[in-house]
Design a binder for this molecule. Structure first.
Ligand code: MCA
Ligand code: AMP
Length: 501
């Protein structure tokens, strides 16, 4: 039996614990009954303009109670939600709208103009109304929750080819994911999560929001991360959980050094989306009196590996499979399982996996083995105690402050600038963000262009976090004998990098 959809759990909580706090945002406390009413209100609004089962709804809202209500409202009608980062620019929006073919777009005034430029003229754009959840309440009993195997979410990711692919999750895969997390991290209705992650990614949504709703707990939602605000909020005894990316932990350490680590009541700090350095792990434990629990996830899989709640949390390790899941290391060439301590590709299997890439059967076929293992593309090994360690990535990917940047996508935009003859984008180590994108550019003969102009060009077409932080003008790109660009030679301080440039 597949697990019941999270939206069904939400409606149940609204009946059994209607007055329980669910979302705290600003000075408002919204209960489970409030949320369920607003979810039904959104479902009604969406159906009134023609949304049908199996349709897609593109959700381009900032962190807000309206985001959460619209998200579940769309799912209540039997539609799937397509997550859209509100900072996306023309290139990303154009691809997403063309590929996902949503029936309705939900957005605010801020991104309306950009969206309308790429949307077909007859596609409706809906905005949150001026109420707490963006829709007037309606009766949830008027709707039947979707079937667990219906499509619930399409999250775009992994653009190794320069084009992001939509990872399709069903209600069952999302529910299996958060049930495993709740069991592993002992999440209960008494918990309150301090949520400062963006909701348009699986970290904030699939871990933070889903886990909260499933366990009948509450979350305090913030528009964005701010280390000083986080430290201050952690002194509130009601707050028990914090989830963040390593950059956030680095900034919490700095803030705590400035103003003193707060006396806090936190039950659990979790880190993921990028590698947590053993140094950050140790510094945080010294200041905050407890070790961060590091876990490993992916948009396609949700959460895969976790350090133990009770046992040793090992620095530099991402732990072991969540309950009900499997993970192993295989040789990159032979695809055979490897013994402990040997580095290969991480494969994972279980009910939490996505069902495939949206309208992309060949990418889906490549991603899975015949017996259901998913090839993560991440490299690592298992130590003798069964802890997994990530050592690198098998694909070109820059992780900056927990956001993924695919060099190819940025290169394609740069290459459209008339002054660019050739370019390559790579990750440069950065103390705050882990890595930042940097571009090496060969200018067209006779052309004149400044670094600032090229960076502005990228900003016009891509979300700001993808813009190169630096442009290095070079006479030619380092290539191997086969003509392939060798990105590692460009990273400053890598052997040979300076000789070349
Ligand atoms: C913001 N900027 C960035 C980043 N964030 N540049 C590079 N990398 C970044 N991560 C840029 C902005 O575009 C802006 O540029 C300038 O920095 C300042 O913006 P601001 O919003 O003030 O940034 P910030 O507050 O410093 O943001 C840093 C952050 C944020 C809080 C670490 O990046 C963040 O919330 N990251 C979490 C991402 C996340 O949730 N990832 C999960 C995906 P300008 O000034 O030029 O406009 S992975 C996932 O979901 C899987 C399942 C998993 O395992 O978790
Ligand atoms: P995304 O495609 O945005 O879901 O990002 C998933 C990728 O983030 C994974 O494939 C890993 O490369 C990386 N990642 C997530 N968690 C960790 C972690 N704890 N340590 C190292 N890398 C991580």
């Amino acid at each position: 039996m597949p697990p019941q959809p999270i939206i069904a759990t939400l409606l149940q909580h609204a009946l059994t614990t209607p007055e329980q706090a669910c979302i705290i945002a600003g000075n408002q406390t919204l209960t489970y009954a409030d949320l369920a009413g607003a979810v039904a209100g959104w479902a009604k609004r969406l159906q009134a303009i023609g949304l049908a089962r199996g349709d897609r709804v593109a959700l381009a809202l900032p962190n807000s109670p309206a985001f959460i209500a619209a998200y579940f409202g769309a799912q209540l009608t039997g539609a799937a939600v397509v997550l859209v980062n509100p900072q996306y620019r023309q290139t990303e929006l154009n691809h997403l709208i063309t590929d996902a073919e949503p029936a309705i777009v939900i957005a605010t005034d801020e991104n309306e103009t950009l969206l309308r430029e790429v949307m077909p003229a007859r596609l409706p754009l809906l905005k949150p109304e001026q109420s707490r959840f963006g829709a007037p309440p309606a009766d949830p009993a008027a709707f039947a929750p979707p079937n667990p195997n219906e499509m619930a979410l399409i999250a775009y990711t992994s653009g190794t080819t320069g084009r992001a692919k939509g990872a399709v999750h069903t209600h069952a895969s999302l529910a299996a994911n958060c049930d495993a997390i709740i069991a592993a991290w002992r999440w209960t209705s008494a918990d309150r999560l301090l949520l400062m992650l963006p909701l348009f990614h699986v970290h904030g949504l699939g871990v933070g929001v889903h886990g909260t709703i499933r366990s009948g707990a509450s979350l305090e939602l913030h528009p964005r991360f701010d280390a000083e605000v986080a430290l201050q909020r952690m002194t509130d005894p009601a707050i028990t959980l914090f989830f963040g990316v390593p950059t956030m932990y680095g900034r919490l350490i700095e803030a705590a050094r400035r103003s003193g680590a707060p006396a806090h009541h936190m039950r659990l700090f979790v880190s993921g989306s990028a590698p947590l350095s053993p140094q950050t792990f140790a510094e945080f434990a010294a200041l905050f009196g407890q070790p961060i629990l590091e876990r490993y996830g992916m948009t396609e899989t949700g959460m895969n590996l976790t350090n133990p709640y009770d046992g040793e949390r090992r620095p530099g390790s991402v732990g072991m499979p969540f309950p009900g899941q499997e993970a192993r290391i295989v040789d990159r060439e032979t695809r055979q399982p490897l013994p402990p301590e040997q580095v290969g590709e991480i494969q994972v299997r279980g009910p939490h996996l996505f069902r495939g890439y949206w309208r992309n059967p060949s990418a889906t076929a490549d991603a899975f083995t015949a017996d259901g293992w998913f090839n993560t593309g991440d490299l690592g090994f298992v130590d003798r105690d069964g802890y997994f360690h990530i050592t690198g990535r098998g694909r070109e990917l820059i992780i900056s402050g927990g956001y993924n940047i695919y060099p190819r996508e940025v290169e394609e935009v740069l290459a459209r600038h008339p002054a660019v003859a050739e370019c390559v984008v790579y990750g440069q180590p950065d103390p705050d963000l882990g890595e930042v994108p940097v571009a090496a550019v060969v200018v067209q003969a006779g052309a004149m262009v400044t670094a600032g102009e090229l960076i502005e060009h990228c900003r016009a077409y891509l979300a700001a976090y993808k813009r190169p932080r630096q442009i290095r003008f070079v006479a030619d790109l380092p290539r191997n004998a086969l003509g392939k660009v060798q990105r590692h030679l460009l990273v400053t301080d890598s052997p040979g990098a300076r000789d070349r440039l």
